[in-house]
Design a protein around this ligand. Structure first.
Ligand code: IVH
Length: 679
């Protein structure tokens, strides 16, 4: 008789399994982490009480005792390797070979192909029998691998029990997701250098608890031995795996000819940077299993599949030099220079090393061979040294004691070095101006790094508020500043005086305060004063603002020099638009705070002056010409070249936030103010 407790345990396991599958395999959680944890804790309590741990309990996944060694395991069906090609022409020859081999005089064969990702992890082979995961082994030499069952059980997307009761072997790849690696490295004593090695090291670790901590994933792609079921195509085997909740690749496509294969392969190659795991190519397989049988294998490789390799995104190179870069906040960051290498088609010769502590952690030196990784749009990163121990030829990296730009003594704060000469250290000021004027901040068009440097060098611009005291005569004649450019810049500066509060906060360049946090602060405190005087507790109460950010905001506004700088800006007439209490010259809800608007054509319900007045009351500014700095172009009847120019800028992708609107959309924007007026 089954006890009540056992029944309850089974029900808990059933639920947890379901949630686990949705969370880890489908990436679509059904319940919150808290709800999951509560059920899990309940189960653990019952397991302790009864002393029974059922075979499919998630408690099996935390990693048991340290193992003494790896036992051998003979795969029922040997694991073959794949022959590979590197270019599309070679694929066409492979296709010709396949077609030639299967040629049958009596029939015209239509070969179907399946294109899949070629995962770059550690190959594992699972055995299921009677609905249970009974064995897991590494590939080894293809015939005999090592038993890694306890380690594999910690991979949460791999089911411990399944519906199908027959015996079969399935081959797949254990991986560490790149996001997981990044998260792991944030707190790890010893950062992991590369996702493949991280996964392999975790699976081939005698302590399953180490494997569990690495939070691995897996995808399965090849059925080896099976009994009690039959299939006619590869796609059917994939469906079988899916039905049994064994994780398969999210990218898999059946193609009816080589053109389709190449089309999908090209798409995958382009999508590669967006994947959260490493792949090193794609695999093309013949879909029909009967054709596979006829093609057979060479002993080493099956003739029915081929790997198409991509270029590596992780390479090794030799670190040559480290230079130190001074940023906007005075943070001094090491940049590594190395022998130029090609990573996935891009030649690179510099990478970030984050900070001094990072250099110590990664234990890299000049002359070290290092792992380098490039991901989408990000500057390449040095992940760590290739050899564990430094060689004799390596020279330690020196920690600078003075600012490489201005010579001030550097100060150590946490893992970073800082130059505190924020007032006259050139790179700091230049990047502060560039940030201050940038589109999402004060939106002053025409401000490049070069312009900022020029103003620093030639006009002695030292405080950001000096921007608002620039004079035509002084600016005119500087390199590149003819009449039009001079006037445009001065106009743009003048037009920036009524920024949205959030844009102003972002413009200040507080460490850890990006656009979103700035908006959150503006929404919560409504005014500049409110934000400047917020207490640490008030800040921390806000969702998304943690200790580090709160402290950074507090420290920023505590700084006397910063308070003075802000006062200087206010003295020059800058009016960040408060959200509740309207600014002196504005009334209403400021629906257009900080927005720049061009009016063109004839409006039905307002004269030009009325429209302009409404815009200004709503906190916006009317400007006369269309540029990328403009937010809205309101198009009335018989609108002419301005509407055309706006359309062109948008089409060319030069004005990502510019919108063309008609009169009724314009009224919609003004709605809060109009309603107020007629209330
Ligand atoms: S099929 C008999 N499909 O790459 C052929 N292999 O370099 C069985 N691999 O040994 C392999 N992704 O470990 C196949 N989608 C995929 C794969 C894949 C990665 C591995 C596999 C193979 C190695 C060959």
């Amino acid at each position: 008789m089954e006890t009540q407790e056992l029944k309850e345990m089974k029900e808990l396991i059933r639920k947890l399994r379901e949630y686990n599958y949705y969370y880890y395999t489908l990436d679509a959680p059904l319940v919150s982490d808290r709800e999951y944890d509560e059920l899990y804790d309940k189960l653990v309590l019952l397991e302790k009480k009864t002393g029974i741990i059922l075979p499919d309990s998630p408690a099996q996944r935390v990693g048991g005792d340290v193992l003494k060694g790896f036992a051998d395991h003979k795969h029922i069906t040997p694991l073959l390797s794949l022959d590979k090609v590197k270019c599309k022409e070679d694929l066409t020859s492979w296709e010709a070979r396949v077609k030639k081999l299967i040629q049958h005089p009596m029939e015209e064969e239509e070969v179907e192909y399946v294109v899949e990702l070629k995962f770059d992890g550690l190959t594992i082979n699972l055995t299921y029998d009677k609905g249970n995961l009974v064995q897991a082994a590494t590939r080894g030499n293809g015939e005999v691998g090592e038993v890694i069952l306890e380690q594999v059980k910690t991979i949460k997307s791999i089911p411990l029990t399944i519906d199908f009761k027959g015996k079969f072997e399935v081959q797949g790849e254990a991986l560490m997701r790149l996001s997981v690696l990044e998260e792991y490295n944030k707190t790890a004593d010893e950062p992991l250098k590369n996702a493949r090695n991280a996964a392999a090291g975790a699976v081939r670790n005698l302590d399953p608890k180490v494997t569990a901590k690495r939070n691995l994933s897996a995808f399965f792609y090849n059925l080896g031995y099976y009994e009690g079921i039959s299939f006619s195509t590869h796609m059917e085997t994939i469906e079988f795996l899916k039905d049994n909740r064994i994780p398969v690749s999210p990218y898999i496509k059946k193609c009816s000819n080589m053109e389709e294969v190449i089309e999908y392969l090209t798409y995958l190659e382009r999508s590669r940077d967006n994947l959260d795991f490493l792949i090193d190519g794609v695999v093309i397989k013949v879909n029909q299993l009967e054709l596979r049988d006829r093609l057979g294998s060479t002993g080493k490789f099956p003739r029915w599949a081929i790997a198409y390799k991509f270029e590596a995104l992780e390479v090794t190179t030799v670190l040559k030099q480290v230079i130190w870069n001074v940023g906007r906040t005075g943070k001094v960051t090491p940049i590594a220079l190395f022998e130029s290498v090609d990573i996935g088609g891009v030649t690179v010769q510099r990478a970030t090393l984050n900070n001094w502590e990072d250099i110590l952690r990664k234990n890299v030196a000049i002359g070290s061979r290092v792992w380098l990784r490039r991901s989408n749009d990000v500057i390449p990163e040095i992940m760590g040294r290739v050899e564990d121990n430094p060689g004799e030829h390596e020279v330690p990296i020196e920690k600078p004691s003075e600012c490489p730009a201005c010579g001030s003594t550097l100060v150590e704060k946490g893992p970073n070095l800082y130059c505190e000469n924020s007032l006259s250290c050139r790179p700091q000021l230049v990047s502060r101006i560039v940030h201050f004027t940038s589109r999402d901040a004060m939106n002053i068009e025409g401000f490049s790094k070069k312009t900022a440097g020029l103003l620093f060098d030639a006009l002695d611009l030292r405080d950001i508020s000096d921007l608002y005291a620039l004079e035509y005569e002084k600016l005119y004649g500087l390199e590149g500043f003819k009449e039009k450019k001079t006037q445009n810049l001065l106009d743009a500066i003048e037009n920036s005086k009524k920024p949205a509060l959030s844009a102003f906060i972002y413009a200040l360049g507080i460490d850890h305060v990006g656009k979103n946090t700035a908006r959150t602060l503006a929404d919560r405190f409504k005014s500049l004063d409110g934000i400047m005087n917020a207490s640490c507790e008030e800040l921390r109460e806000i969702q998304d603002i943690g200790d580090v950010v709160a402290q950074s905001i507090i420290n920023f506004f505590k700084d006397k020099r910063i308070r003075q700088s802000i006062q200087n800006l206010l003295d020059k007439g800058i009016r960040p638009q408060n959200l509740e209490s309207p600014a002196d010259d504005a009334e209403g809800d400021l629906a257009l705070a900080g927005k720049k608007i061009v009016l063109t054509g004839k409006l039905e319900d307002f004269t030009r002056n009325e429209a302009a007045e409404l815009i200004e009351k709503a906190g916006g500014t009317v400007v006369s010409s269309v540029s990328r700095a403009v937010d809205y172009v309101v198009v009335g009847e018989d609108a002419g070249s301005k509407a055309q120019k706006a359309a062109q800028l948008i089409e060319e992708g030069k004005a990502p936030t510019l919108k063309i609107i008609n009169e009724s959309e314009f009224k919609q924007l003004l709605k809060p103010n109009l309603e107020k007026k007629y209330r």
